[in-house]
Design a protein around this ligand. Structure first.
Ligand code: SF4
Length: 336
């Protein structure tokens, strides 16, 4: 049995200080951490319960954006009037994930920090570079249907499981954190990491830092957006491929575009270089297909997940059709 001490505080600075102890972990909704502890994957020596911190508010920012407290629950955010009206991509991505019971307790900060659902990671009887660096990656030659096709390394091919993070990536959100050195703001693109040779490190959060809020910029792409999630079951399943698209259109011409992918990489995947040629051009089947081809140009499939490359291109085209309310005439099926 893993023995741990338990602390509770209602002060951010005290929480950060309590977390300084070796092997400490913050406890919020606990919907992932408690699972990890039950399986013996996480063995914290100290739990710092942060549920009483004043981090649940959802407020407008001075520049017209929205600041979401890290302890706001997924349900509270998905059902918040401003989020539904101005950032429906956020709302829809949250509602595409988990179950109502989980969404009622899971928090926004915790959503960013949830760990991969790779089966080998959760099975302490197998090696896993993410759980135990240097032991190997059985997913490379094993069961890898759910695994990465982009940005993977020779050390880990896991994917990030969050739906919300795909939407936040598309919206260019930012993450507010507080640590012993004070507060700082990370662009969402810099928050999660690719596995490289340190797959055990998921984010660029420092050891002493606590997420305090997620900030959305003013543009929410409410008029033309979609979240397409392709999965093996219709509900309560992680994405094989997910696509978040936000479009700003002047007639047929693309003024701005964002496209982020989930289920394909160790972090929400954005290809800004591929997005650029879409801007200033009429949106068409050809331009979207070119974009999709560019996004998967370096994709690498394995024994069980190679199908995700074609699935990704189809899901991208379908997502652009829905977001732009156009029919590209491809009759796409996006089933796995
Ligand atoms: Fe572990 Fe990553 Fe390999 Fe899964 S893919 S077994 S998490 S190293």
């Amino acid at each position: 049995m893993n023995r741990f001490t338990y602390d509770r505080t209602d002060d951010v600075a005290q929480a950060v200080a309590a977390h300084r102890a070796k092997g400490a972990a913050f406890l919020a909704g606990g919907t992932n951490l408690v699972d990890l502890m039950r399986e013996g994957v996480a063995t914290p020596a100290r739990l710092v319960d942060i549920r009483r911190l004043p981090l649940r508010e959802i407020d407008a920012t001075s520049d017209g954006g929205l600041r979401i407290g890290a302890l706001a629950t997924n349900t509270a955010v998905a059902c918040h009037e401003t989020v539904m009206q101005r950032y429906p991509l956020v709302s829809k991505s949250i509602l595409a994930g988990a179950s109502p019971q989980i969404r009622n307790v899971a928090t926004i900060g915790g959503n960013l920090l949830q760990r991969t659902r790779c089966l080998y990671f959760y099975d302490v009887g197998t090696p896993c570079n993410k759980r135990e660096p240097g032991t190997g990656c059985p997913a490379m030659e094993g069961v890898n249907r759910m695994h990465a096709i982009l940005g993977a390394s020779n050390h880990c091919i896991a994917v990030h499981p969050s739906d919300l993070c795909v939407a936040l990536s598309a919206l260019d959100a930012s993450v507010h954190v507080s640590g012993e050195g004070g507060e700082r703001v990370l662009p969402f693109a810099d928050f999660h990491r690719l596995p490289g040779d340190t797959p055990h490190i998921d984010t660029n959060l420092r050891d002493d830092e606590l997420i305090t809020a997620v900030e959305l910029p003013p543009e929410g792409f409410a008029s033309n957006h979609t979240y397409v999630k392709v999965r093996d079951r219709a509900s309560y399943a992680f994405a094989l491929v997910a696509v978040a698209v936000g479009l700003a259109l002047d007639g047929d011409v693309v003024r701005d575009v964002r496209c982020a992918l989930g289920g394909v990489a160790h972090k929400p995947w954005r290809d800004r270089a591929a997005e650029s040629p879409l801007r200033g051009r009429p949106l068409s089947r050809e331009s979207v297909r070119e974009f999709a081809a560019a996004v998967v140009r370096e994709a690498c499939g394995r024994r069980h997940n190679a199908f995700k490359i074609e699935l990704t291109t189809r899901a991208i085209v379908r997502a652009f059709e829905i977001a732009s309310r156009r029919d590209f005439g491809e009759g796409h099926e996006v089933r796995p």
